[in-house]
Design a binder for this molecule. Sequence first.
Ligand code: NAP
Length: 274
Amino acid sequence: MEILDGKKVREEILEELKAKFKNLNLTLAVIQIGEDAASSIYIGQKEKMCNNLGINFKHYNFENDVKEEEIIDLINKLNNDETTGILLQLPIPKHLNEQRILNTIDYKKDVDGLTNANVANLVLNENGLVPCTPKGVMTILKHYNIDLNSKKVVIIGRSNLVGKPLFNLMLNENATVTLCHSKTKNLKEHTLNADIVVAAVGKPKFVTEDMISDDAVVIDVGISRVDGKVVGDVDYDNIKDKASYITPVPGGVGPMTIASLAENIYEAYLIQNK
Ligand code: NAP
């Protein structure tokens, strides 16, 4: 078994980007609504990455009961100023129309790849900005030379943020991809048949040893907190000796998400300056 070391790969990517960012004076704007504790941690990680790379970091923090038009007005302003990338930290309160707000973001500044325009680009396999976590999964697989061509992949979880974009990214690399969710019957039959299993469910130890075939590649996207500890979706201790490659939590996909955000900020700059 080999551990897919997301921290190591992230450091390599950020080191390479640092040189490119020098003298570019790029800016990331993060919009936060409400007080979600996990969101504040993720925003802190993004700020740290920006500080390390010399990217200006702007944090806009709104109260839970903010009016939708106030957010829309801010995004319109950021669309038209020197800001390089705009990111709406999810989740946002239910009274707001998430996709309407996301779609206000100029697709060239959409560093989370969640606007309709970038979703279409991904589905059509055209150039665009791709959501950071699935992009990070693709990068770490590539880094360890894990080829997707003709592989059988099972992804558990069909969110717009992780499962669906990863489905398309892997399909574009010629994998045969099955996208499973809470209504999937006999999940184990699917996972046992897979060369690569990706868990993006949000339930600790959801993927157990009996669900994984010998030498499968196991990618754990999940992040949950149990007794103050960060844990993934995969029963790591019992699967690690069976898998050929596995991502740990923490230290696997999480760091790759940050690396992908830095890559997307650079790509956004390139798209805007074509
Ligand atoms: P989400 O929107 O809650 O989606 C969870 C998915 O899991 C849904 O598609 C759901 O199916 C499916 N699911 C739930 N119970 C299931 C079951 N019993 N069997 C099969 N599928 C089931 O979550 P998300 O935003 O994709 O995030 C997933 C996990 O990844 C979370 O732990 C999140 O914290 C983590 N995450 C990590 C990173 C990172 O940087 N590492 C980034 C983003 C998210 P339905 O669609 O049918 O409800």
